[in-house]
Design a binder for this molecule. Structure first.
Ligand SMILES: C[S@@+](CC[C@H](N)C(=O)[O-])C[C@H]1O[C@@H](n2cnc3c(N)ncnc32)[C@H](O)[C@@H]1O
Length: 256
């Protein structure tokens, strides 16, 4: 049975069961140095989304982030760039958090296997229970449990602007390693295309509260040149809303 087919029937039961659990108010990435120390707390977020009559993904977009439709517009753009056209059978996502991109990815394709690497244990458990994904041990910047050239679509959304340069760079090598030839790698980074003086001013005056490591910038050229050496060509790039400004989504195709 594919992941999407399994996920939908268990959605309600999984949410209900997990809402009944106690002790998940603070989510800490204890084994990870230098990244976000905590993420959106699981239980209050689920409660608030339910009270607002929204899915957790829409609640985060609309209420918490003030960017309604942000997740959907990124998925729409990825569809337009043909990311789902090859019907990926294996998907891997780093840092899915609440699963707002994961859920919409499963509406676009029906993979047999969907692996996640998520350091926030309660959210990882929720995604396993709700969508039938496979949670791999998240050690900080390694995808070691995943074999070489095994994955059709590797993605990370709003992760590499919250962790350190070295964590992102180490993940980049791993993402290229696990992607099969012809597969896609999708992630966003805060590149110089998102950082004109006006945007820097907005971030400086209104952004980034709460996390010292957010937003972390990453040169676009560094990504493009590095992935080129790893056999991955830049196929598409577009802006997506993030926080008080924007981030750049990059789509690579592994050619060799
Ligand atoms: C800003 S949140 C984004 C969550 C989700 N992708 C989204 O856009 O809603 C960053 C996510 O990355 C996770 N994370 C942080 N460091 C990580 C690491 N080293 N490896 C895997 N996940 C990590 C956090 O727990 C969190 O779920």
């Amino acid at each position: 049975m594919n992941v999407a087919a399994r996920g939908k029937p268990v959605l309600k039961a999984g949410v209900k069961r997990l809402l009944g659990r106690a002790g998940f108010d603070i989510v800490r990435s204890t084994r990870v140095q230098g990244g976000v120390d905590d993420f959106i707390p699981f239980e209050p977020t689920m409660r608030a989304a339910r009270a607002a009559g929204l899915s957790v993904g829409d609640y985060i977009d609309e209420v918490m982030n003030g960017t309604p439709g942000a997740t959907r517009s990124t998925i729409d753009a990825l569809r337009e760039h043909g990311v789902y056209a090859a019907a990926p059978r294996t998907v891997l996502e780093i840092g899915p958090g609440s699963g707002r991109y994961l859920e919409r990815t499963l509406q676009e394709c029906s993979p047999d296997r969907y692996e996640i690497y998520e350091t926030a244990a309660p959210w990882a458990a929720y995604l396993v229970d709700t969508f039938g994904v496979v949670a791999q041990p998240a050690e900080g910047c390694s995808l070691a449990p995943t074999a070489d050239a095994r994955v059709d679509l590797v993605q990370a959304h709003k992760v590499f602007n919250t962790v350190t340069f070295l964590q992102s760079a180490r993940y980049f090598f791993e993402m290229a390693r696990v992607t099969r030839p012809g597969g896609r790698i999708v992630f966003d980074v805060l590149t110089e295309t998102c950082l004109d003086p006006a945007a820097v001013g907005v971030w400086a005056t209104k952004g980034g509260a709460g996390h010292d490591s957010y937003p972390a910038a990453m040169p676009r050229r560094t990504c493009v040149d590095l992935f080129a050496t790893l056999g991955c060509a830049l196929e598409a790039a577009f802006q997506a809303p993030m926080g008080v400004a924007s981030t750049e989504v990059l789509v690579f195709r592994k050619t060799a």
